[in-house]
Design a protein around this ligand. Structure first.
Ligand SMILES: [Zn+2]
Length: 287
């Protein structure tokens, strides 16, 4: 048994060395950003990461922006505007929390490529990333909220695949060329740390679904998984919340009201707080 454990350790060390080397060759900047973040033990340090200046940084990411309007409703409402309002309200609601500081990837109507949103979260030392959307679907009767986490295998449903393809196309709208090397880089990092991060993302997703459930229809009862480019931070628990379908005429109307946006924002901020509370309880148990 002991031999097996040490062999395992050796493999892990070799993986780590290999990935470090590959990172240095492929992306020296990524090494700088990542070297302090890759946990070397099996326990996820991201979840236990000490708060910066006494506060955990929550990175809220209003989807789309600028040239990329996101989905557009029948009445002409644009997803990029609605989600900025919701994200701003979540930030306001969290601002009174003693241990959480919420920041936005964009607070104006500007275009940010998906990979840059991931980088912004890392630069700010975020311990949680949440992309906020109100997407469209081909069928206008599709309704309700859904929460997505990253999958490095397949999409968990046809809807998950459809939405991730749409969201990932945002960079094509903005004329950004995603480099092939990113795929290779991400593949290496997945193997090392992403399994734990995805586990925490699923926990975060569950908390957000639990707080949305009493106030709005859920399109899916469980956190779905798909290969959303914006959720690919190797060590930051990340989810994408589809608050509603802007292509559903009823939901487009709801999204146009301050009352509904505030209701959704309140549910999201409570979900985030509940997630941190659970992390703290867990940390106390293991320390
Ligand atoms: Zn969207």
């Amino acid at each position: 048994m002991k031999k097996l454990a040490s062999l395992k350790q050796l493999i892990n060390r070799r993986q780590l060395l290999f990935s470090g080397l590959a990172l240095a060759v492929l992306s020296p900047r990524a090494v700088l950003a990542e070297e302090s973040r890759i946990p070397v033990s099996r326990h996820n340090k991201a979840a236990a990461k000490a708060p910066k200046n006494g506060k955990f940084i929550v990175m809220l990411d209003p989807g789309h922006g600028g040239i990329d309007s996101g989905a557009i409703g029948e009445e002409g409402s644009m997803e990029k505007h609605v989600v900025l309002e919701i994200a701003n309200t979540v930030r306001q609601l969290l601002s009174s929390h003693p241990h959480i500081e919420a920041r936005l990837t964009r607070d104006t109507d500007n275009f940010i490529p998906l990979y840059q949103r991931v980088e912004i979260a890392q630069q700010h030392g975020a311990s949680l990333f949440m992309s906020i959307h109100a997407d469209g679907y081909t069928d206008p009767s599709a309704r309700g909220a859904s929460v997505f986490a990253l999958s490095n295998r397949g999409a968990s449903s046809a809807m998950a695949r459809y939405l991730s393809d749409r969201e990932n196309a945002a960079d094509a709208v903005g004329g950004v060329k995603v480099q092939q090397k990113d795929q290779y880089l991400q593949q290496i990092l997945f193997d090392l740390v992403q399994t734990d991060t995805i586990k925490n993302s699923l926990t975060l997703g569950k908390h957000v679904l639990d707080t949305i459930r009493p106030i709005h229809h859920l399109h899916s009862q469980h956190t779905e998984q798909a290969a959303f480019a914006v959720l690919k931070s190797p060590s930051i628990p990340s989810v994408l919340v589809e608050t509603s379908f802007i292509t559903n005429p009823n939901e487009e109307q709801l999204l146009g009201t301050t009352a509904f946006r505030k209701k959704i924002a309140t549910a999201i901020s409570s979900g985030i707080i509940n997630f941190y509370n659970e992390q703290q309880r867990h940390n106390r148990r293991v320390s």
